[in-house]
Design a protein around this ligand. Structure first.
Ligand code: FAD
Ligand code: UDP
Length: 376
């Protein structure tokens, strides 16, 4: 018998397992994938730490969360500064004075604000009701057309006017020459990749990989007093109220005989017609490689690894990478949550269990909150 059966060895499940184990609880962690770590899993290819499920940059303004993850790895001082490519034009992200200068030739913040205000007035939006209106109100028509509309519509498989506005508010808009993608106080990538963090958390805990909870539901449930479930909430209830919507992705990773493919870790492709949203070149996440010179350390000279990220429709059996947090799905989620809240022996956590567009720092904070509530 175990105190906890933890379904999912992603960041949420692993933190909960670590905290429970530290308090003397006996845990069994299972994952349907053949590896630990969920979507933060990294693997070494040609000496480069490859983010198997897309670029993962840790960022937070929460000191407790930052110190917590720093127990498990040293973080480098990588600052995410993606560039966005629209046809043959290249723009700095997030939306800042470099972007405005390139788009309109404006030099000062007041010139940029004036330009945006003119475009907002032309659009005539008072209260933004969706992503399109929100984007137009924040950065005007030109930036919306070139850098947001195509990317957003392929990423989500829906028209921007049918998406919730909070999605675009994830990105800063600044009137300074600052290409840092995040406003947070702390940011970095773990030296040596993310998988080691999960390995350390799960040290001394029984883990069963390639084990799908739903294939052995009764046997597994009987093994523990309580379950911490970090898979899909609607699947747990056999979709009894209908399916929540998710967005899936397909990753295509290539090893190239090239020292420096794109000169930056993340390049966004904002035209709708290009089928992928971004290409990441993993070696640039590692500080020694940021000058394009990766010949030191274990990285093989003249080699790089890139991953193209293609958005994809979700259907049962695909990986549900993003929850679609619009009103309709949030209402459906609330119905599932109402039954979930009556469970005495099952707790739902993480991006899928809580159906929230969580970044890693949110997941750390939520998992610690749950551990505290459950075990003191
Ligand atoms: P997951 O990592 O999804 O883990 C859930 C685990 O449960 C999985 O391993 C899954 O296999 C397992 N599981 C599910 N169902 C079952 C079942 N039935 N039986 C057994 N096991 C099951 N966050 C950032 O902070 N910065 C970033 O730059 C960033 N970039 C991202 C890029 C992409 C493309 C994506 C998709 C996410 C990104 N995130 C980023 C978010 C980050 O990945 C999540 O916040 C975090 O990984 C969620 O952890 P989790 O444990 O909740 O979920
Ligand atoms: N976005 C965009 N153009 C870009 C980058 C992002 O329009 O070049 C929009 C898009 O709608 C995306 C959202 O901003 O879904 C949030 O971007 P973020 O980089 O936070 O997405 P994630 O890394 O979670 O996929």
């Amino acid at each position: 018998m175990y105190d906890y059966l933890i379904v999912g060895s992603g960041l949420f499940g692993s933190i909960f397992a670590y905290e429970a184990n530290k308090r003397g609880k006996k845990c069994l962690v299972i994952d349907k994938r053949a590896h630990i770590g969920g979507n933060i899993y990294t693997v070494q290819i040609e000496g480069i730490h490859v983010h198997q499920y897309g670029a993962h940059i840790f960022h937070t303004s929460n000191k407790t969360v930052w110190e917590y993850v720093n127990q498990f790895a040293e973080f480098n001082r990588y600052t995410n500064s993606p560039v966005a490519r629209y046809k043959s034009e290249l723009y700095n992200m997030p939306f800042n004075m470099n972007t405005f200068n390139k788009m309109w030739g404006v030099i000062t913040p007041s010139e940029a604000k004036l330009k945006i205000q003119q475009q907002i007035n032309e659009a005539g939006i008072k209260e933004p009701r969706n992503l399109e209106e929100q984007a137009l109100s924040l950065v005007g028509r030109d930036i919306y057309q070139k850098l947001i509309k195509g990317y957003t519509e392929k990423q989500w498989g829906r028209r921007a006017a049918e998406l919730p506005s909070f999605i675009i508010k994830r990105l800063p808009v600044r009137f300074t020459y600052d290409n840092n993608y995040f406003d947070d106080k702390y940011q970095g990538i773990p030296v040596g990749g993310y998988t080691q963090i999960i390995e350390k958390m799960l040290r001394g805990i029984e883990v069963r990989l390639s084990t799908d909870f739903f294939k052995q539901r009764n046997e597994l449930t009987a093994l523990a007093d309580k379950i911490v479930f970090t898979g899909m909430l609607d699947e747990y209830y056999d979709y009894c109220y209908g399916e929540l919507e998710y967005r899936s992705l397909r990753f295509e990773t290539e090893v190239l005989a090239c020292e420096n493919y794109q000169g930056n870790a993340v390049v966004n492709y904002t035209e709708y017609e290009v089928p992928y949203t971004r290409i990441i070149e993993h070696k640039h996440f590692e500080l020694g490689c940021q000058k394009g010179d990766c010949q030191s350390g274990s990285v093989k000279a003249g080699t790089t690894v890139i991953t193209k990220e293609y958005p994809a429709a979700w259907q049962r059996g695909n990986e549900p990478y993003y929850p679609m947090n619009d009103d309709r799905n949030n209402e459906l989620f609330a119905k599932y949550k109402a039954i979930a809240d009556t469970e005495e022996k099952v707790i739902f956590g993480g991006r899928l269990g809580m159906y929230k567009y969580f970044d890693m720092h949110n997941v750390v904070a939520e998992a610690l909150k749950l551990a505290e509530k459950e075990m003191g």
